[in-house]
Design a protein around this ligand. Structure first.
Ligand code: PBG
Length: 354
C-alpha cells in the first residue's frame, strides 16, 4: 500500500484505532425490553415477526424477566393485554395490568426498572387509544375520539399503574394534554417519584403491524380503521417538534420518537431543538415491531448477519441522539454486541489480547 497517499484512512486501519476514535457506543444498559402479558392464556405464544418476543402468560412473564436479568437486561416496557371479556367501551379496567405490575415488583424489586405502556387500545372493545363518542356535524354523525374524556381515563390508569409499583408510566395514546393530567394524578396519589416517558413524537405508521397482533389492539368493528386523527402525519416533522415541546413543558421526564429507525431526522431534531431547551430530560427511540422484523426477516433469509444488522440499527438510533433504545432484541444485546465486535477483530477471543 502506498501510505503516502493516506489521509482519512489512517484512523480506519486497525480495529484498535477504530475503537479509539468511535463517537457512538451502544451499551446494553441503554436498552429497554418490551414484554407482553396476556390475560387468560395457558401457554405463551410466539409473535409473528418478532422471533424471541412472546405473548406471555402471567407465569411465563416472570420466568422471562428472570432470564432477561441474567442476560443483563435492566429495563422493561410492559404491555398488559386483558382478555376480550374484560375490554370496555369506556371506563377501562386497569386491574389486570396493575396485578402484573405488582407481581413483577414483588418478585424483582429494584433489580428490574419497570416502565408500563399507558393506552386504551388494548383495554377497549374498539381498539382505539381513547374514548369514542358520536359527533354530529350537519345532518350526519361520525365517531370521534373524545380528547377530554380520554385524558381523564388515561390519567386514572397511569395513577393505578404507578400505585401498583410501576417505576415509569409511558402514555402512548397521543391525546392532547395527557402529560400534565398524568403528572397531576401522580402527585395526587403520592407517586410523584414515578418517571413519565411520553411517546411524544409518535407517527401514524404502518410499521406497528406485528405489535397490534401481539397487543390485540388493532381497531375493530364499525370504527375508523386508522389512528391518523391523533397520531402524527409521517410527512409533518414540525408536529413532532411541537408535540414534544408541549410534553416537556407539561412535565415529561423522557420523550420518545416512534418509529425510531424511519425517523432518525426527527430524533436528531428533538435532540437539537427540544432537549437543549429542557436540560436534564432524556430522549428515547422505539425500534418498533415492523422495523425490528425487517432485520429479522433479512437475517432469516441469509441476506444479512443478524447480530451485526441489529447492532448497526441501534448505533444509528444512538448516533441520531437517543439515550434510551427500546428494542425487541434488548435481551440479545450483550451477545450481539460481543459478536459484532468479534467480527471487527478477526482471530481474536472476546476480551483477549492479540
Ligand atoms: C399503542 C402502542 C403501539 C405501539 C406501542 N404502543 C401501536 C399502535 O399505535 O398501534 C407500537 C409498538 C410496536 O410496533 O412495536 N398505543
Amino acid at each position: 500500500m502506498d501510505r503516502s497517499q493516506l489521509t482519512l484512512r489512517r484512523l480506519r486501519l486497525s480495529p484498535t484505532v477504530r475503537a479509539l476514535v468511535r463517537e457512538v457506543r451502544v451499551d446494553p444498559t441503554q436498552l429497554m425490553q418490551p414484554l407482553f402479558v396476556v390475560e387468560g392464556t395457558r401457554e405463551r405464544e410466539a409473535i409473528p415477526g418478532l422471533a424471541t418476543t412472546f405473548r406471555d402468560t402471567t407465569d411465563s412473564v416472570l420466568q422471562q424477566i428472570e432470564s432477561d436479568l441474567e442476560r443483563g437486561v435492566r429495563a422493561f416496557l410492559l404491555f398488559g393485554v386483558p382478555a376480550r371479556i374484560a375490554k370496555r367501551e369506556r371506563e377501562f379496567l386497569a386491574e389486570f395490568t396493575s396485578a402484573q405490575i405488582a407481581a413483577i415488583k414483588r418478585r424483582f424489586g429494584e433489580a428490574a426498572f419497570l416502565a408500563v405502556d399507558v393506552c386504551a387500545c388494548s383495554l377497549s372493545t374498539h381498539g382505539h387509544c381513547g374514548v369514542l363518542h358520536e359527533h354530529s356535524v350537519g345532518g350526519s354523525s361520525e365517531l370521534q375520539i373524545d380528547n377530554a374524556a380520554s385524558v381523564q381515563e388515561l390519567a386514572r390508569i397511569a395513577g393505578e399503574y404507578a400505585l401498583a409499583g410501576a417505576d415509569c408510566v409511558a402514555p402512548s395514546d397521543m391525546m392532547d394534554g395527557r402529560i400534565g393530567a398524568i403528572r397531576q394524578e401522580l402527585a395526587r396519589v403520592g407517586r410523584e417519584a414515578a418517571v413519565v416517558m411520553s411517546y411524544s413524537a409518535k407517527f401514524a405508521s404502518r410499521f406497528y403491524g406485528p405489535f397490534r397482533h401481539a397487543a390485540d389492539s388493532a381497531p375493530r368493528g364499525n370504527v375508523p380503521r386508522d389512528r391518523s386523527s391523533y397520531q402524527i402525519d409521517p410527512a409533518r416533522p414540525s408536529d413532532a417538534i411541537a408535540s414534544t415541546l408541549r410534553d416537556l413543558e407539561e412535565g415529561a421526564d423522557l420523550v420518545m420518537v416512534k418509529p425510531g429507525v424511519l425517523y432518525l431526522d426527527v430524533i436528531a431534531r428533538l435532540r437539537d431543538e427540544c432537549l437543549t431547551r429542557y436540560p436534564g430530560r432524556g430522549l428515547a427511540a422505539y425500534e418498533v415491531s415492523g422495523e425490528y422484523a425487517q432485520t429479522e426477516l433479512l437475517a432469516r433469509e441469509g441476506l444479512i448477519d443478524r447480530a451485526a444488522g441489529h447492532v448497526e440499527t441501534w448505533t444509528a438510533l444512538a448516533r441520531a441522539g437517543a439515550q434510551i433504545i427500546i428494542s425487541y432484541g434488548a435481551r440479545h444485546a450483550r451477545e450481539w454486541l460481543r459478536e459484532s465486535e468479534l467480527s471487527s477483530h478477526p482471530g481474536q477471543h472476546p476480551g483477549g489480547t492479540p
